[in-house]
Design a protein around this ligand. Structure first.
Ligand SMILES: C[S@@+](CC[C@H](N)C(=O)[O-])C[C@H]1O[C@@H](n2cnc3c(N)ncnc32)[C@H](O)[C@@H]1O
Length: 248
């Protein structure tokens, strides 16, 4: 296998063209338990992080959101509620995640403000300059080439549009990082086994978190994609991080 043709899937090395299929397998397997697992694994903290994302984003009435790797719709639902009125397109590689999201949208009577589209962050099925806001929450670390996803984000945003990325990150304090690693590598796969009957998917999850670039490196990638005024904010000491940028 030559260097250019391989990538990582957690701690495994796989061929680039294999990765999306493997990622789809993980999320197909966890889709029906995804929301409950998020609450259990993070003790509900992922909700606070998504709320912090909305605080910084400050959605405005009438805005059009593209929520890539949007899964079961958490970010889109929050966006629509904060904006008052607007439209959200949830785009995801894994159809069963969108199916779960659509059920939630119907229960919350938000169906008319949402579209659900199967698609890849690296080749978005949308014309250029068509959205006011692009979000990707806990999605970009699963993408085979995050740089390509950022390029696509830039393309589909209108001039004046905003990018916001929520992702796990690295804790700057070594001791805290070690405590967090102990929790994530020992507890999360075991919980995955217990609740979703799927240890391997949650093993991938914790490994993929450790493989993702740190805050400053990712900030450089956001800037390299063309975004201006790019900044980041750590959440919970850097366990997660928000990156923001503008297409000006
Ligand atoms: C951890 S879930 C995040 C879901 C949701 N955004 C949230 O914050 O709860 C990751 C999602 O990314 C999707 N995904 C992974 N790679 C993708 C890609 N290349 N393009 C689009 N979606 C992708 C998966 O199918 C999955 O639904």
């Amino acid at each position: 296998m030559s260097e250019e043709q391989t990538t990582h899937f957690g701690y495994q090395t796989v061929r680039e063209e294999e990765k999306a299929g493997r990622v789809r397998g993980v999320f197909t397997s966890v889709a029906s338990r995804y929301d409950v697992m998020n609450d259990v694994m993070s003790a509900g903290i992922h909700r606070l992080w998504k709320d912090a994302m909305m605080d910084w984003l400050a959605p405005r009435p009438g805005q059009e959101l593209l929520d890539v790797a949007g899964g079961t719709g958490d970010v889109s639902f929050r966006f629509l509620k904060r904006a008052g009125h607007g439209h959200a397109t949830v785009c995801d590689l894994t159809e069963p995640m969108l199916v779960e999201g659509r059920k939630r949208a119907e229960a919350e009577r938000l169906g008319d403000s949402l579209d659900w589209v199967v698609g890849d962050a690296m080749a978005l099925p949308f014309p250029s300059n068509s959205f006011d806001v692009y979000t990707i929450s806990f999605g970009i670390r699963n993408v085979t080439r995050p740089e390509k996803a950022l390029e696509e984000a830039y393309r589909v945003l209108r001039p004046g549009g905003r990018l916001m990325v929520l992702e796990f990150s690295q804790i700057p304090n070594d001791l805290m990082q070690r405590v967090y690693d102990l929790y994530s590598f020992n507890v999360i796969p075991a919980m995955g086994q217990l609740i979703a009957n799927d240890r391997d998917s949650y093993q991938y999850l914790v490994e993929s978190i450790r493989r993702f670039p740190d805050q400053e490196t990712f900030l450089g990638m956001v800037r390299d994609a063309g975004f201006e005024n790019a900044k980041y904010r750590n959440l919970t000491m850097g366990v997660a991080c928000l990156h923001s940028g503008w297409k000006l």
